[in-house]
Write a protein that binds this ligand. Structure first.
Ligand code: F6P
Length: 359
């Protein structure tokens, strides 16, 4: 009887629970005993397992808590950014706790996937990664779990901010998460109807960032278009703190009477919340293909949603492919360095609309 362990690691993302649930339910359905690891890689080193399936006549059933997981944000198993797991000793201890099991499914972002690859290479543990991060900075997959819900949260927040902005004829700079990746800012700017978007990949200096915001506010309010709001979305990776940016813009706009700028940092708000339809669906289908991969003897790979490269290992789901973790790590690096065709495509899309966002 096969046995699989599943964990969530790194920054939590809406939909992680849906992925854990999929692994537990599909595992049980395939006669697999499934253990959840509490507290990410730290929990794996400590041997903190809890059963997610229970024996039943003729096979396995998911534990009751599994069903309650689907609509919950965060991760019920808990997570960690484990410094110990970055060390070979920590990984060796983790592998020891997995002995006798058929594989590990690791749900998380780039740090988690790098750790999974090192564990697989050093100890031979069969690991399958499931991409989960609101930053969408993971190579080979078009979306990671959590992005869609985070985008909906940002758009909803910007709609609320726009209401009060219009009431007072104000400009707002809204900062969103994403670490080094500008994906959340780029994608939400279009959906929230922003007048401008700022992200690290633009490679602007502080002065250029301030000038860009000054320009869009002036253009919005100077030329009497009857506009009562200017919305600028800023990725957290842009190296100017939101409050300082707004202060510097305000100083340059003293001649623009009656116009005020405000800064808002959405922060961890975009990491919480009940997962959207799309995140639940992606989590379910990646969970299924991860279980299948382990049962087919695969390891040191990641399941990708709508693979961005044509050479993915095929699965029985036309929307899911697999890539070696080593490849994923390389492509994630290229995404952030801007050498990836994916980053170039994303930036070209924004450049195509940049001139009209504020119209
Ligand atoms: O990687 C996800 C993320 O939310 C990033 O967008 C953000 O920069 C970081 O994690 C915040 O980390 P923490 O929750 O440890 O402050």
């Amino acid at each position: 009887m096969p046995t699989i362990a599943v964990l969530t690691s790194g920054g939590d993302a809406p939909g992680m629970n849906a992925a854990v649930r999929a692994v537990a339910k599909l595992g049980a359905g395939r006669g697999v005993q499934v253990f959840g690891v509490e507290g990410g890689y730290d929990g794996l080193i400590n041997g903190s397992f809890r059963p997610l399936t229970k024996a039943a006549s003729g096979g396995w059933l998911p534990e009751r808590e599994v069903d309650r997981m689907l609509g919950r944000g965060g991760t019920i198993l808990g997570s960690s950014r484990s410094a110990r797991f970055r060390e070979p000793e920590g990984r060796a201890a983790a592998a020891k706790n997995l002995s006798g099991m058929d594989g590990l499914i690791a749900i998380g972002g780039n740090g988690t996937l790098r750790g999974a690859h090192a564990l697989a290479v050093e100890t031979g543990v069969r690991v399958i990664g499931i991409p989960a991060s609101i930053d969408n900075d993971i190579g080979c997959t078009s979306l990671s779990i959590g992005v869609d819900t985070a985008l909906n949260t940002i758009v909803e927040a910007c709609d609320k901010i726009s209401d009060t902005a219009r009431a007072h004829k104000r400009a707002f700079v809204v900062e969103v998460m994403g670490r080094e990746s500008g994906y959340l800012a780029m994608a939400s700017a279009v959906a929230a109807g922003a007048d401008a978007v700022l992200f690290r990949e633009q490679g602007r200096t502080e002065d250029e960032v301030v000038s860009a915001v000054e320009k869009v506010v002036r253009e919005s309010f100077e030329r009497d278009r009857g506009k009562r709001r200017t919305l600028v979305i800023k990725a957290e990776g842009v190296p100017v703190p939101c409050t300082r940016l707004v202060r510097e813009v305000d100083e340059r706009l003293v001649d623009l009477e009656g116009v005020e700028c405000r800064a808002i940092v959405l922060g961890h708000l975009v990491r919480g919340g009940s997962p959207s339809y799309l995140d639940r669906m992606i989590a379910g289908r990646l969970g299924l293909m991860a279980v299948e991969a382990i049962l087919h003897g695969a390891g040191d790979e990641m399941v990708a949603w709508r693979p961005v490269f044509p050479d993915a290992i095929e699965t029985s789901d036309a929307n899911v492919g697999r890539f070696p973790l080593e490849r994923v790590i390389e492509e994630s690096q290229a995404l952030l360095e801007g050498t990836s065709p994916v980053t170039r495509r994303r930036m070209a899309l924004i450049e195509a609309v940049e001139g009209v966002l504020a119209l």
